[in-house]
Ligand binder design. Sequence first.
Ligand SMILES: Nc1ncnc2c1ncn2[C@@H]1O[C@H](COP(=O)(O)OP(=O)(O)O)[C@@H](O)[C@H]1O
Ligand SMILES: [Mg+2]
Length: 131
Amino acid sequence: MAVFHSHSEEETAAWAKDYAKSLRRGDTVLLEGPMGAGKTVLAKGIIAGMGITDAVTSPTYAYVNEYGDVFHFDCYRIVSAAQAYGLGLADYFGRGGICLVEWGENIKELLPDGAKTVRIAGTGDTREITF
Ligand SMILES: Nc1ncnc2c1ncn2[C@@H]1O[C@H](COP(=O)(O)OP(=O)(O)O)[C@@H](O)[C@H]1O
Ligand SMILES: [Mg+2]
């Protein structure tokens, strides 16, 4: 495990952009950490690092936003595996793209083996990224 200390949103996004270079098609990355820690900032950086120039927003209504072959999940409001299956969320993991998952703990049963984890935590502008 390695740790990166970030002192701003921009530094976190830049770190994520660089981290994106290590990802391959079929990878799932669990973005973990408390509310407001910077999971969506990480996702935005990773998506930018994949060369995607679309504006990235937090997935809300549909739980997943698609950017080409990159799928960004926010499962905060998912309450059961059955609900997740019903929404078709399981299908994304078999599509050979890259899945970035916030609140993956809420869809544990659906997550593929071998998922990578990036954890972010901290207070103020200083965040610790563990990967
Ligand atoms: N070092 C940092 N890294 C990431 N975000 C930071 C940092 N410092 C402050 N922030 C702020 O923290 C918030 C993180 O929000 P967000 O990424 O939506 O959190 P999450 O998706 O984990 O709930 C943003 O408002 C961002 O500007
Ligand atoms: Mg978020």
